[in-house]
Design a protein around this ligand. Structure first.
Ligand SMILES: NC(=O)c1ccc[n+]([C@@H]2O[C@H](COP(=O)([O-])OP(=O)(O)OC[C@H]3O[C@@H](n4cnc5c(N)ncnc54)[C@H](OP(=O)(O)O)[C@@H]3O)[C@@H](O)[C@H]2O)c1
Length: 243
């Protein structure tokens, strides 16, 4: 077990995170996950429930406790941290929450999950990352760089802030030997997407929606030695949506 690499993936239960869990697991990594639901017994991989932590990452105190729990499990070594958990709240009728219609409590909750949790996780696990020259990947969004027809204002600004945090972290973690990069997905087929996404997709250069595996492959690359000189980069994975 000595040479097995450890990865922590937040939000590994569904969508992009789940595809990323499967990819790392199949490549022989020991996968630790954090999300707000309990481990689902339908998941059959070998590490299973022992490596899952149930935590609401929008709650900063609970996140700090989860980090202590993770530190105890990691044995001083973390080769990759994937800050993937995120949410994009909608209005009660499913519409876009804009600057005027998002109440302050919602802004705070979105920032706690999408922005502060990645910051807390990376800082809390810095010794474990530094001890093995680990990599951090933050999952940002195309919505962080342009107004999106469905993604709300709090979500979009939290992702823009996460892009900026990636740059700052790359600068400050680099001297520790830890690389920090981001992946910015476009439209990917998960629970987060809205009705009407098919209209966007029909105009994309690739004419198809992204699959969680398309994003997982980019995340895996940023955690591998194939990206050994990449630090502070953000890779767009969006079928050409922004060209
Ligand atoms: N799909 C897209 O088109 C798209 C585009 C751009 C960016 N992204 C980003 O990609 C990332 C993954 O999104 P996805 O599309 O895969 O979404 P998803 O299918 O809705 O999955 C979200 C994941 O986050 C976890 N999560 C949500 N709230 C949480 C909380 N309070 N505490 C802990 N875990 C929480 C969920 O687990 P539990 O249910 O167990 O809590 C789930 O595993 C997000 O950061 C999202 O912003 C997605």
């Amino acid at each position: 077990m000595g040479s097995v690499k450890n990865v922590v993936i937040t939000g590994g239960s569904r969508g992009i995170g789940h595809a990323t869990v499967k990819l790392f697991h199949d490549a022989g990594w020991r996968v630790f996950t954090c999300s707000s639901q309990s481990f689902d017994s339908r998941c059959t991989w070998s590490f299973g429930a022992d490596t899952h932590i149930k935590v609401d990452l929008a709650d900063e105190k609970k996140t700090e406790i989860a980090i202590i729990d993770l530190k105890n499990k990691l044995n001083g070594k973390l080769h990759a941290l994937i800050n993937n958990a995120g949410a994009s709240p909608k209005s009660p009728n499913g519409g876009r929450l804009n600057v005027l219609s998002t109440d302050l409590e919602e802004w705070h909750r979105v920032f706690s999950l999408n922005f502060f949790a990645p910051l807390l996780m990376a800082r809390g696990l810095r010794d474990e990352l530094a001890s093995v020259g680990g990599a951090v990947v933050n999952i940002t969004s195309i919505a962080g760089s342009r107004v999106h027809p469905f993604a709300g204002a709090a979500y979009a600004t939290s992702k823009a802030a996460l892009t900026a945090l990636t740059r700052e972290m790359a600068h400050d973690f680099g001297p520790l030997g830890v690389r920090v990069n981001a992946v910015a997905p476009g439209e990917v087929e998960t629970d987060i997407i809205s009705i009407g996404t098919d209209q966007i997709v029909s105009n994309l250069p690739l004419r198809r929606i992204g699959q969680p595996e398309d994003v997982a492959n980019g995340i895996f690359f940023l955690c591998s030695s194939n990206s050994s000189y990449m630090n502070g980069s953000e890779i767009s994975i969006n079928g050409g949506q922004d060209i």
